[in-house]
Ligand binder design. Structure first.
Ligand code: MN
Length: 235
C-alpha cells in the first residue's frame, strides 16, 4: 500500500489524471491532496469531480484546504467578487469551468465540500499541510490562516516541537531539482515542498508532483492542460 501526496493541482484536471495513471493509483493506496484544486488552470470543476469519481470508485482520498479554496469561500460568503486579486488568480477560469460567470450559481455540493476541507493532517511521521506552519505561535496547529498562506517559514522551524516529524506541503512553486534535493537535506530542513508550479511554463516548473511517503520518492507529470500564462504569481 502506497501513500501518495499531491498538491496545487490548480484546475489542471488532465494532468492530475495523467499523474494518477503514471503512479498506477490503486484503491489499496491512500491519496492525500494538499489543497489549491481550483484557479489558474482550465478545469477547476473537473478536478473536484475527478476526486469525487475516485472516491466513488473505491479510492481513499484525504483532501486538505488551500488558500484558493479559502478565497473562493470568502467570495461566496462575503458576496464580493474580490476583483483584481481573484481575476489575477484565474478566478474567472474557475467560474467558467462551472459554466457560469456568477459565483451565486455554483452548485452547493462544491461549496459544502470546500467548507469541509481540513487544514492539516498527521500521517505516520509526517505533517501534511497546504503552505506550512507558523512556529511563532505557541501551538503551530492553532494558526489556521498561516497553514494556508505562509511562505519562507523554514528558518523558524522549532525542532523541539517538531521532533522527528517531517512537514510535507505545497503552495510555493519550487523547481524540480530543489524538490528532489529536499530529501537529502531533511536532516537540516525537515520539510518538503512538493509544488512544482504545474500551471507555470518556466524552466524547472510546469509539472505536477506525487510524493510517496513510504519510499520518499517523487513522480512528475508534465502539464498537459492549457497553460494560464508564462509569468509567475506566487500567491
Ligand atoms: Mn496556495
Amino acid at each position: 500500500m502506497k501513500k501518495y501526496v499531491i498538491s496545487d493541482i490548480h484546475g489542471c484536471a488532465k494532468t492530475f489524471k495523467a499523474l494518477l495513471d503514471k503512479i498506477s493509483l490503486s484503491p489499496k493506496d491512500e491519496l492525500y491532496l494538499l489543497g489549491d484544486y481550483i484557479d489558474r488552470g482550465p478545469d477547476s470543476k473537473g478536478v473536484i469531480d475527478y476526486i469525487w469519481h475516485l472516491e466513488e470508485t473505491g479510492h481513499t482520498v484525504h483532501c486538505l484546504r488551500g488558500n484558493h479554496e479559502q478565497m473562493f469561500l470568502h467570495a461566496i460568503e462575503a458576496r464580493v467578487e474580490l476583483l483584481g486579486i481573484q481575476e489575477a488568480r484565474g478566478y474567472a477560469e474557475t467560474l467558467a469551468s462551472f459554466g457560469t460567470s456568477n459565483i451565486d450559481t455554483i452548485p452547493t455540493s462544491y461549496i459544502k465540500w470546500m467548507k469541509g476541507l481540513a487544514f492539516y493532517l498527521e500521517v505516520d511521521q509526517y505533517i501534511l499541510v497546504h503552505a506550512g506552519l507558523n512556529f511563532k505561535s505557541d501551538n503551530p496547529f492553532d494558526n489556521k490562516t498561516e497553514m494556508i498562506w505562509i511562505r519562507h517559514w523554514y528558518e523558524g522551524i522549532d525542532r523541539a516541537w517538531l521532533g522527528d516529524r517531517i512537514i510535507v506541503h505545497g503552495h510555493t512553486p519550487t523547481r524540480q531539482l530543489e524538490i528532489k534535493n529536499s530529501i537529502r537535506a531533511l536532516a537540516e530542513i525537515p520539510a518538503i515542498d512538493i509544488d512544482n508550479g504545474c500551471p507555470f511554463e518556466s524552466l524547472g516548473f510546469g509539472h505536477l508532483c506525487a510524493f510517496e511517503l513510504g519510499t520518499q520518492t517523487f513522480t512528475f507529470q508534465a502539464n498537459i492542460d492549457r497553460l494560464e500564462s508564462t509569468s509567475f504569481n506566487f500567491s
